[in-house]
Design a protein around this ligand. Structure first.
Ligand SMILES: Cc1ncc(COP(=O)(O)O)c(C=O)c1O
Length: 579
């Protein structure tokens, strides 16, 4: 049995029909959706649709298709019900509590018992379980809202929009009332039950938290590689070297394309896939990239059969990064400029042509990336670490992490935020400079060449987001020179890791914060490793061959080249170990 919730349930009772199949006219749901010919209807701009439906929806008459939005909506899908239920059928002031109660009752009705495995359920129980998941598409919802407090603009997630009305950034806002209808314990139990299993798409580290990410996307439209669920490496030996007892490295680079970008890209490409399937005019998805975003975009688009376009700064990304979008069939455009130059150009293109922007300026990405915060806490049995240290470039990821931690706190899963540290390369350190003057002034810089090439960004799009995250979490900013970042990566490698230079920046920051006492010996600290070291072998090999300028290669491990002879081998071994 399909159980509809909230106002949708009323629809069902009244007309004996399910809202996800066909909506009766004039019951307050978007009748435009119901009008079969209205494929280009449903102006899902939250406020506009709201007033439209408020005015005409209850009249019992068909409402002409709304032409206010670029988005094209498919009728008779749960999407219409979801968005309009979310936007229009939930009068904010009226009956919020009653609604919560409805939701609560409905959500628990068919939920499988704790610890039950999907594969061991009877067919009836399986159906009930899938219905439970799908019901989330109707009950929970999210929209864009302006990041800046003096801007009240709001948009539906199906709108093609990257900036708020006054030109500032957007962010995804969830219906926290609806999410609060489940208790913290219920959420934890649900997330624990789904993660790392095979039920589509809930086994993914991102989609196991679907209701908190993009709740309205039908499961079939999700584009996932079962990303996330990356291991938390207990850096016991490295920690001991630094006088720390509780040091961990979240290995986000152990992922399909080798970086944390997969977490955000699954969310963004799923949304695009959903919109295209419903007729949206999107010819391709495009991004400017320092290498990892383009790799993730190319892979997820290839999996979905969506064209992708990537703008890359020539000779500023690693070979491994370059070959990824080439292999995945992306349109690869390499230009004699830096990342900031590529970013400006992609914005020009997406403004004028039906190319959808995939950079983290697009807040959909951050919804996926924020699940790292949930995952870290989940891996500590829902406890929050004292510190999280991450390398920052365009600065979307620090805000994503903050958002994840804040959301858990707001919904009662945890009781505090960790302190955040953003680590920047000295050669591209605009946030560090702003931090040093108390955020009084901020000025973009001309980023100099750094071996942490993915964070060679002088004018970060998410600067305001980062500052908000740092202020809210009592955070700090550190920087690392080329010598420091390569040494830190190599030193930690000797304890079993294989770090990329960006993780090296974070590790160098950790060393400094430990040395100056900011991080205490027993503080539980998580360093976010953002990419796999194998994507950056050129610089790592050069380090060990002592070929890097500005680097002392203090932890270089020289390869011993000798003639093929047993005696020479023993002599060589004796230089390193006692035999
Ligand atoms: C490996 C790696 N680390 C860190 C970052 C920085 O993330 P953000 O730009 O969100 O600050 C990036 C982004 O390009 C990256 O690719």
């Amino acid at each position: 049995m399909v159980v509809c919730s909230g106002a949708a349930a009323k629809v069902r009772k009244k007309k004996g029909e399910c809202v996800t199949r066909r909506l009766p006219v004039g019951v307050g749901v978007s009748t435009a959706c119901e009008t079969r010919g209205a494929r280009k209807s449903c102006g899902l701009r939250a406020k506009r649709c709201d007033s439209r439906l408020g005015r005409k929806g209850g009249s019992g008459k068909r409402v002409a298709p709304c032409k206010m939005s670029a988005f094209v909506c498919s009728p008779l899908t749960s999407e219409c019900a979801t968005n309009h239920a979310a936007v229009s059928m939930r009068p904010r002031a009226r009956g919020a509590l009653a609604q919560q109660k409805d939701v609560k009752v409905n959500m628990t009705l068919s939920e499988p018992k704790a610890g039950q495995s999907y594969w061991k359920l009877s067919d009836d129980e399986k159906r009930s379980w899938m219905q439970f998941q799908r019901r989330g598409e109707q009950v929970f919802n999210a929209k864009y809202k302006a990041f800046d407090e003096d801007d009240n603009s709001e948009y539906a997630l199906t709108d093609i929009v990257y900036r708020a009305e006054k030109g500032g950034l957007l962010e995804v806002q969830h219906d926290m009332e609806a999410l609060a209808s489940r208790s913290p314990e219920e959420w934890k139990e649900l997330f624990d039950r789904r993660s790392a299993r095979t039920v589509w798409p809930y086994g993914s580290g991102v989609w196991s938290k679907k209701e908190w990410v993009l709740p309205s996307i039908p499961d079939d439209d999700v584009v996932s590689m079962f990303e996330g669920n990356s291991n938390l490496f207990w850096a016991e030996r490295f920690g001991r070297e630094l006088g720390m007892s509780d040091l961990w490295v979240k290995q986000c680079g152990n992922s399909h394309t080798g970086s944390f970008k997969d977490l955000g890209m699954t969310a963004l490409v799923s949304q695009v896939n959903h919109m295209r399937r419903n007729g949206a005019n999107i010819s391709a998805v495009g991004c400017a990239s320092t290498g990892d975003t383009s790799a993730a975009l190319a892979a997820y688009c290839a999996a979905a059969g969506i064209p992708s376009v990537v703008f890359l700064p020539a000779d500023k990304i690693s070979t491994a990064q370059l070959v990824q979008p080439i292999s995945n069939g992306s349109i690869v455009i390499s230009m004699d400029t830096d990342f900031d130059g590529c970013m400006k150009l992609i914005q020009e293109v997406v403004n004028d042509y039906p190319v959808y922007l995939a950079n983290s300026m697009n807040s959909l990405r951050l919804e996926g990336q924020k699940t790292v915060a949930l995952e870290i806490s989940q891996q500590f049995d829902w406890e929050v670490p004292d510190w999280v240290v991450i390398p920052g470039g365009n600065l979307g990821n620090v805000y994503a992490l903050y958002k994840g931690f804040q959301m858990m706190k707001d919904l009662g899963l945890t009781d505090r935020l960790p302190r955040l540290c953003v680590a920047q390369a000295h050669n591209a350190n605009p946030l560090y400079r702003a931090y040093k003057n108390g955020y009084d002034t901020y000025a973009p810089v001309q980023a100099e060449r750094t071996l942490a090439s993915a964070i060679q960004i002088g004018d970060p799009v998410s600067i305001k987001r980062a500052i908000r995250a740092l202020k809210a979490s009592n955070g700090v900013v550190e920087e690392a020179t080329e010598d420091e970042l390569m040494d830190a990566a190599a030193r930690a490698d000797r304890t079993g890791m294989f770090n990329c230079p960006h993780t090296g920046v974070a590790l160098a920051a950790l060393v400094k914060l430990r040395e100056n006492g900011t991080i205490r010996p027993t503080d539980r600290t998580v360093v976010v490793s953002t990419a796999h070291g194998l994507k950056f072998t050129d610089s790592k090999v050069a380090y060990h061959e002592r070929k890097l300028h500005n680097c002392s290669s203090k932890y270089a491990n020289d390869v011993i080249r000798i003639p093929a002879s047993a005696d020479r081998i023993i002599d060589a071994l004796r230089t390193r170990i006692s035999l």
